[in-house]
Design a binder for this molecule. Structure first.
Ligand SMILES: [Zn+2]
Length: 436
């Protein structure tokens, strides 16, 4: 089966394209991209309405799918349904499941569930250490063979400098990046919010930015020592950005990601509109305005490599407790594109091409996975964006099993029109006038 997308604005930074082209899909591949392509008799022609944008499928390199073990929060099926509704053709899922993804059995189970759901591609991330206990390294050769694309102890930092050194050396042998949740646990202590004015006024225990940046500095030093590749997860503090800049300037193999909530919100969200709202509790915490602005600056100047959601579903009942006792984390798959459009692209901070770099091309490169471009012959993983669609975030309509978002009711400009994985339409937004 062939489908010809006619007259679409195509944004594909890997091939230096931003303009009006036709794109021919044949089976699960992109067959041709060019001007005035003609259709033969077995080709369905789709006229893409003006205003929509065709780009390489978005890749979220940091999600928690919760399966196995916490299926009341999310499953691979509900998480990937949320992913495609959010415009993501692929997600990389963290290993802090129960049991932990530190062996081939768990990796294969996740991949089997993903194949059954048959929506977004799922790239499992294996644990750095057995049981994520921070003691012995997991068997990375086994994890790689089973289908893991990277390693991380996310939820926790890689516990010690020695373990991180070994992880960088060992993962590098299998062409995997080590993704670190950077947090000095002695400095974090039992903190629940950013250590600043807002936390003080609310009587909440603080977590300083240095709890993160000290660990980023360690990882940058060890990346330089070993020649290994480290990726800093969910960066939130301006001091961390400085550490990444320093590492990049010295040629260390360091990359980093920022979440939509860290470039959109600051810690004032803890006091208004509703004080102690547990949907504003995440780790790392929402930081102050200087930090938020610094994350935006890093996204603009190229220091930040990727936007990732850190989609962290929690059941309603788990969040309906005192702020101190609530689990950290919010969902993110279904609000990311709208936040990026509204806060960055329409605000004039970044171009559409840079958006595609941050959400597709760079994640593909960092994880060394397929995707990130609309090259001829590539798998037809495609996201069709609706930059001017007015979106009201409706918690009830979300496909994720969990509803813990601080963005419910927000009005944003920009959304997703359709998501195509391997040539198959897996999501079509009925608010957009598009027939696929
Ligand atoms: Zn984390």
């Amino acid at each position: 089966m062939k489908r010809l997308l006619k007259g679409a604005r195509i944004v594909d930074p890997a091939n230096g394209r931003d303009g009006t082209f036709d794109l021919l899909i044949s089976g699960d591949r992109i067959a041709r991209v060019g001007l005035a392509l003609t259709a033969d008799s077995d080709t369905t022609v789709i006229h893409v309405p003006s205003g929509l944008v065709v780009c390489p499928g978005l890749i979220d390199m940091h999600v928690h799918l919760r399966e196995p073990g916490q299926e009341h929060k999310e499953t691979v099926a509900t998480g990937t349904a949320a992913a495609v509704a959010g415009g993501f053709t692929a997600v990389a899922c963290m290993p802090n499941t129960n049991p932990v993804n530190d062996n081939a059995g768990v990796t294969e189970y996740m991949l089997k569930k993903a194949a059954e759901a048959n929506l977004a591609r799922v790239y499992p991330i294996g644990a750095v250490s057995r049981g994520q206990k921070g003691e012995q390294l997991a068997d990375m050769a086994e994890l790689r063979r089973a289908g893991c694309v990277a390693v991380s102890d996310d939820g926790h930092p890689v516990a010690t400098a020695l373990l991180m050194r070994r992880a960088l050396e060992y993962a590098g042998m299998f062409h995997m990046v080590v993704i670190d949740h950077c947090e000095d646990q002695t400095l974090k202590g039992d903190g629940v919010a950013h250590d600043g004015f807002v936390a003080s006024t609310l009587g909440l225990r603080g977590i300083p930015g240095e709890a993160e940046s000290i660990m980023v500095q360690r990882d940058v030093a060890l990346a330089e020592l070993t020649g290994g590749a480290v990726h800093i997860a969910h960066m939130s503090a301006r001091q961390s950005l400085d550490a990444v800049r320093y590492g990049k300037a010295r040629g260390a193999r360091v990359t980093c990601e920022v979440t939509p909530h860290h470039f959109t919100l600051n810690d004032e969200r803890l006091s208004s509109p509703r004080p102690y709202d547990t949907n504003a509790k995440m780790n790392p915490p929402l930081r102050d305005e200087l930090d938020r602005a610094a994350m935006c600056a890093g996204l603009v100047d190229g220091t930040v490599d990727a936007i990732a959601t850190d989609h962290a579903p929690h059941h309603y009942d788990e969040k309906q407790v005192e702020f101190d006792r609530a689990p950290f984390g919010i969902t993110g798959l279904e609000t990311a594109v709208s936040l990026v459009f509204d806060r960055l692209v329409h605000a004039g901070a970044i171009t559409l091409s840079r958006m595609v770099e941050l959400m597709s091309l760079n994640p593909a490169r960092i994880l060394n996975v397929t995707g990130g471009s609309l090259s001829e012959g590539a798998l037809a993983d495609i996201t069709i964006l609706a930059p001017d669609l007015l979106v009201t975030v409706s918690v009830d309509r979300m496909r994720s099993r969990s509803k813990n978002t601080p963005f419910g009711g927000w009005s944003l400009r920009g959304g997703v029109a359709a998501t195509i994985v391997g040539g198959r339409s897996v999501y079509l937004n009925d608010a957009v006038n598009l027939q696929l």
